[in-house]
Design a protein around this ligand. Structure first.
Ligand code: NAD
Length: 205
């Protein structure tokens, strides 16, 4: 079984690094961008969220923000966020690199969280965070990707950088990703269900 195999790998990790995307917060009630039920099925991302269009006419952005804001403000960490915090406390993860803006990893108790995002399409990524994320990837022995479509760059390059430097890749996602082909273990499922099982099996391994 793939969760068991992933737990064996996590249990041996000395420098595990997680990379998370919007999918880990879906079960906290925050819609993803892509994938089933994602926001881009309802909105045009270039119209709504590009920095250029926002500066020209911010009304489309604020309309979506008004609809989406209450869900983000009310969101609480789910068992997936808590499982990653537990893996860090157990010494199996040294950091969580996240593409998310919701702060739920910190709320769940993850201590080293690197936030890798602008606040709108077209906005530059924070350079120190990008450098730290790639340094972690190069040092990682296990890279655990959770809830990311792995199509947004530079975040999507991080797992390949880790694998190129000798890490083993585990992907937990509801749908296929372009990097499944280089992963040692691919688990197709919901983060809030898979990660608690992974954390429990890792502590028992
Ligand atoms: P994405 O929307 O491109 O992809 C999300 C992926 O998660 C999809 O492949 C989907 O199949 C998967 N998924 C959905 N529900 C899942 C679940 N319960 N368990 C596991 N997987 C699940 O998100 P991305 O890769 O993070 O990249 C896009 C951008 O989205 C990022 O820049 C990020 O800032 C932004 N974003 C953030 C939030 C947030 O802060 N919570 C929400 C939406 C978008």
């Amino acid at each position: 079984m793939s969760v068991e195999r992933a737990a064996e790998l996590m249990a041996r990790a000395r420098a595990g690094v997680a990379l998370t995307g919007a999918g880990i917060s879906a079960e906290s009630g925050i819609p993803t961008f892509r994938g089933a039920g994602g926001l881009w099925a309802q909105y045009d991302p270039v119209k709504v969220a590009s920095i250029d269009n926002f500066l020209r006419d911010p009304s489309a952005y604020w309309k979506v923000a008004k609809e989406r804001g209450p869900a983000v403000l009310a969101a609480r960490p789910n068992p997936g966020h808590h499982a990653l915090a537990a893996l860090e406390r157990a010494g199996r993860l040294i950091a969580v690199v996240t593409q998310n803006t919701d702060g739920l990893h910190q709320d769940a108790g993850s201590r080293r969280v690197i936030e890798l995002h602008g606040f709108l399409f077209g906005e530059a990524m924070p350079i120190p965070a990008v450098e730290e994320a790639f340094a972690l990837a190069r040092a990682a022995d296990v890279m655990l990707v959770v809830g990311s479509s792995l199509v947004v760059y530079p975040a999507a390059h991080i797992p390949s950088a880790a694998v190129d430097h000798g890490a083993t890749l585990i992907v937990v996602n509801a749908e296929p990703t372009p990097l499944d082909r280089i992963a040692e273990v691919v688990i197709r499922g919901r983060a809030g269900e898979v990660l608690p099982e992974l954390a429990t099996l890792t502590s028992a391994a």
